[in-house]
Design a protein around this ligand. Structure first.
Ligand SMILES: [Zn+2]
Length: 480
């Protein structure tokens, strides 16, 4: 058994503010998201409840991508080494992180398990793209990626098998089209994040971290309660850099040839990690209504005498909510009332309705809102669950916006910067743009880095490291 996985909590005892990492690991287990006891480091089993939540996130992106005209495909997980080595720069950064595969009777390892999509997809793009008529080509798939992580692994954040991961790859005839494509990716991500009641931290990736020859990348980050920031999807404008490596060429209307302009983007389980971390509390998960497996759970409370009377009201309410398209479940199991309430609270069900004899006689239900942890009595004829779910979404989003604002603090010099980091926050600084200065940020503390620059804002100031005049605003934080 893996030593990281021995602890198997039965209850949520850790406090989110005191020990975020412990809290996170407990929540994953007690709310039935996953089981870490599978004996491969960095791999876990999705349990039904957690998988259901993840698949609800997937449904959002599937619908969005199809509406936007992306073609869903599937490429093999096994990638031949000849494809993997076509792009030497890509290969240099992944060959130490790859899982090598060979058949029993094969002498050498001829394949790797895909660490990213490019070497699986681009050799096929080079076969499919011949003329400008074949462009744009806009493809996506939902798939697993494999990385031989040597660092400490964390479920949904740093795994060796990255599951329910989607990626989009596109090829275009002009740079302008590829830029418009990136804007479209960002519009889609912004919508997805809003559905999850989350606020993305969008930055331009520092040039030296982008792929050589690419145009640039906008990176999405989550600010975690621990103050660390977590990379959470990126929109990469690859320019013609990959097309040149994989020989993806097309004939233009005038008969001349050019390399395609390409983009890619992708994300997966880290979206759920952000949902858990940002919205969850000391009582467990708090799920945004759009991805909750059950948006409403009805808990009937009865004895032998009152059962038929109570269940009549419960059944009619259940049918009414179901007919409105609300995901609803009736918990009439033999569990004690206390453990039912505890269970649905820890699982983050947005709305719980309790109906007992007292409620039936008054024509009411007791409504519990998970986000506020408040109970109110509502007349059945006044009950508007759709409205309540909407209010929960608004509340969660406004909380996320508040946390986001509070977590970013300006720092005018190194001392202020250190204070901000000590406070578990993200520092907004002026940076001259040089690699030497960005290296200096890393010396502040292990894990600290300048992870990006503002995508819009510029202002006059001085680099907090070297004092040189600059307009560039950068962000410094502890990273995962
Ligand atoms: Zn500087």
């Amino acid at each position: 058994m893996n030593e990281e996985n021995i602890e198997l909590p039965k209850a949520l005892t850790a406090k989110k503010d005191e020990d975020f990492s412990k809290w996170y690991n407990q929540v994953l287990v007690v709310s039935d998201i996953l089981d870490k006891r599978f004996n491969v480091k960095g791999c876990f089993v999705w349990r039904n409840y957690g998988y259901e939540i993840m698949l609800n996130i997937k449904k959002i992106w599937d619908k969005m991508f199809k509406e936007q005209g992306y073609q869903e495909m599937y490429f093999p997980l096994l990638v031949p080494l000849e494809y993997a080595s076509m792009n030497d720069k890509w290969w240099n950064s992944f060959k130490d992180q790859a899982f090598y595969v060979k058949g029993l009777n094969e002498k050498k390892h001829n394949y790797i398990l895909r660490p990213t999509g490019e070497p699986a997809i681009y050799p096929m793009f080079s076969l499919w793209i011949r003329s400008y008529r074949d462009l744009p080509l806009r493809v996506y798939e939902t798939v697993s990626s494999f990385r031989y992580e040597t660092k400490h692994t964390r479920p949904l954040i740093r795994d060796r098998e990255i599951t329910v991961w989607h990626e989009i790859h596109t090829a275009h005839a002009t740079m302008e089209e590829s830029k418009a494509e990136i804007k479209n990716h960002m519009r889609m991500w912004d919508k997805l994040w809003k559905d999850l009641c989350l606020v993305p931290f969008k930055v331009n990736k520092p040039k030296e971290e982008c792929f050589p020859g690419s145009v640039g990348a906008v990176e999405y980050y989550s600010i975690m309660p621990s103050g660390k920031i977590m990379e959470n999807g990126s929109c990469n404008n690859l320019g013609q850099a990959y097309a040149k490596k994989f020989n993806i060429k097309f004939k233009k209307p005038d008969g001349t040839e050019d390399y395609a302009w390409m983009t890619c983007t992708g994300n997966g389980g880290r979206l759920l990690a952000a949902v858990i971390s940002v919205h969850g509390d000391d009582h467990g998960l708090v799920l945004p209504p759009k991805i909750a497996p059950y948006q409403v759970v009805i808990v009937p409370i009865f004895n032998n005498k009152t059962k038929s009377k109570v269940m009549k009201v419960v059944d009619s309410l259940f049918n009414d909510l179901k007919s409105k398209g609300i995901r609803v479940f009736v918990d009439d199991s033999d569990e004690s009332l206390g453990s039912k309430l505890y269970n649905w609270e820890i699982k983050g069900v947005p709305v719980r309705l309790e109906i007992g004899n007292r409620e039936v006689e008054k024509g009411e239900v007791t409504l519990f809102r998970r986000d506020l942890r408040e109970k109110t009595s509502v007349k059945i004829e006044d009950l508007n669950v759709e409205k309540v779910l909407k209010e929960i979404e608004e509340e969660l989003l406004s909380r996320a916006q508040k946390i986001f604002k509070e977590k970013i603090v300006e720092a005018k010099n190194i001392d202020e910067l250190k204070e901000v980091l000590k406070d578990k926050k993200v520092a907004k600084v002026h940076w001259c743009g040089s690699t030497e200065c960005s290296e200096k940020f890393k010396e502040i503390e292990d894990g600290v880095e300048l992870f990006g620059t503002d995508i819009e804002e510029e202002s006059e100031g001085k680099c907090v490291i070297c004092g040189k005049k600059t307009k560039t605003i950068g962000y410094v934080a502890n990273t995962y």
